[in-house]
Design a binder for this molecule. Structure first.
Ligand code: GDP
Length: 452
């Protein structure tokens, strides 16, 4: 069920720290009655009256019989200078499940209601404390898989994306004003040039933004290894992962299911997927046929396809064109006859491939770097501002509308250009969360954890 405006009048409560045993647990309350509800269960240690703003205060949580149940710290943030923009309180208690559950029960009994997933951040968004791009950065920060990705999420959280979007919006609105003037007073000289200049500036701003974003959640599987059976795909993945992810066997067709491993490559967390070998024109049984279909689907959904072939009789064959591989590695370099090493190495490199050996480890470091590079080529810089599928779609809509506007302007089709500018403004609105449908917001915030 979607949230309505009056839902923000409730005071919500949730555990903000993870489940399980921990040294400390945090319970948060947000809403007009946050302070009143907190005071009902919290006894300050010092004689001081009232809760000072934004200061940790030591005290006890008491149950309804007046018995102390935990020694805690409490803090009160008056709205609007709080995370949610509303009155907000936190209790930092001991991190036992019973402590947390008891404190939450007491707060519920005093009139709070349980928060829904992402409801604290939703309130921050609704009260204008952050725009949607910054709110989404909160989830991306929590889910970041590497330090570089943390840097990217912080760029967004600290407002870089918001500022860039605001700059684009300003240019769009200027252009819109020019176009309106042109449509109203069509005899004005120079206005086409002014509008065109504004449009070029806009395109430059959008292009600059495109280079600093990182596409996240776009692909199901990031790096998929494919190639004929027995060429050494599993061995290469096991070497990169530094552990046994897939069974390695001289018997062809050992890998049936797609098996994946999370590894860190050049500052990014990457999922490597091993697939059943690529078989052609063979009489396959039902299991192998199904494995082939799974492998095909994985390849199609991949951000980066690594084609693995093996050096056989001193020859390494490149990937079939249909595979559209991003990277080709010719494995088993150790099997090369000494006098053919140099020549095969040159042949493979000339075709854009890498000669490696899972057995000896030769070329594996370079392979890892090339995979990381290919991934950045597909997704954007590793410390780029993270963009979800939804954000990416809106960004592309904005860029396409900007290009159409430029073309229409060049053709002196001002009404058409004005429509395109309007579309681009709407796409920026989608990114910033202006006039966005409630069910879209429900979906976005529904992906947050409870207590965030
Ligand atoms: P996959 O079917 O493509 O996943 O291939 P595997 O990783 O299961 O390897 C198939 C066979 O090739 C196994 O017997 C491996 O020990 C062997 N193998 C894998 N990599 C190398 C290599 O670099 N050099 C040599 N000589 N053998 C390898």
């Amino acid at each position: 069920m979607g949230l309505r405006a009056q839902d923000f009048e409730d005071t919500i409560v949730a555990q903000s720290t993870a489940e399980g045993l921990a040294a400390i647990g945090v319970v948060r309350l947000s809403g007009p009655a946050a302070k009143k509800i907190l005071i009902r269960i919290f006894r300050q240690q010092s004689a001081q009256d009232g809760l000072p703003a934004r200061q940790l205060v030591r005290g006890w949580v008491e149950n309804r019989q007046g018995q102390a149940i935990d020694d805690v710290l409490a803090v009160f943030f008056p709205g609007p200078g709080s995370y949610t923009g509303q009155d907000l309180a936190e209790i930092h208690c001991h991190g036992g499940p019973t402590v947390l559950a008891t404190i939450i029960d007491l707060l519920l009994a005093e009139g709070a209601r349980p928060a829904r997933p992402g409801e604290f951040t939703r309130r921050a968004f609704e009260s204008g404390k952050m725009d949607l791009s910054a709110a989404e950065a909160v989830v991306q920060l929590i889910h970041a898989g590497s330090q570089a990705q943390l840097v990217g999420a912080c760029r967004s959280l600290s407002g870089e994306l918001t500022q860039r979007l605001d700059a684009v919006l300003e240019r769009l609105e200027t252009l819109q004003a020019h176009l309106e003037a042109k449509l109203d007073f069509s005899d004005e000289q120079d206005s086409q040039q002014i509008s065109l200049d504004a449009c070029h500036g806009l395109q430059a701003e959008i292009a600059a933004m495109m280079t600093v974003v990182r596409r996240v959640d776009v692909y199901q599987d990031e790096v998929v290894f494919c190639g004929r059976p027995n060429v050494g795909k599993s061995s290469l993945i096991n070497r990169l992962a530094g552990r046994s992810v897939s069974i390695v066997s001289p018997e062809p067709g050992t890998t049936r299911d797609a098996v994946s491993a999370q590894v860190q490559l050049a500052g990014q967390r990457v999922s490597l997927v091993d697939t059943a070998g690529h078989r052609q024109n063979e009489n396959l049984g039902p299991i192998d046929r199904q494995a082939g279909e799974v492998a095909q689907a994985k390849m199609e959904a991949a951000a980066v396809r690594v084609w693995v072939s093996e050096v056989k009789e001193n020859v390494a064959s490149p990937p079939p064109e249909a595979v559209a591989a991003h990277l080709w590695v010719a494995n088993k370099a150790d099997l090369l006859a000494d006098n053919r090493c140099e020549a095969v190495h040159r042949e493979v490199e000339a075709k854009g491939g890498l000669l490696v050996s899972a057995l000896s480890g030769d070329g594996l470091e370079r392979m890892a770097q090339e995979i990381a590079k290919a991934l950045c080529g597909q997704l954007g810089p590793v410390d780029g501002i993270p963009m979800s599928c939804r954000q990416q779609a809106a960004l592309e809509k904005m860029a396409a509308a900007g290009q159409r506007a430029e073309k229409a302007l060049g053709d002196e089709m001002y009404e058409l250009a004005a429509e395109d500018v309007k579309d681009a403004i709407a796409a920026v609105g989608e990114l910033k969360g202006r006039e966005i449908e409630t069910d879209v917001l429900d979906r976005i915030f529904g992906e947050f954890c409870i207590g965030k």
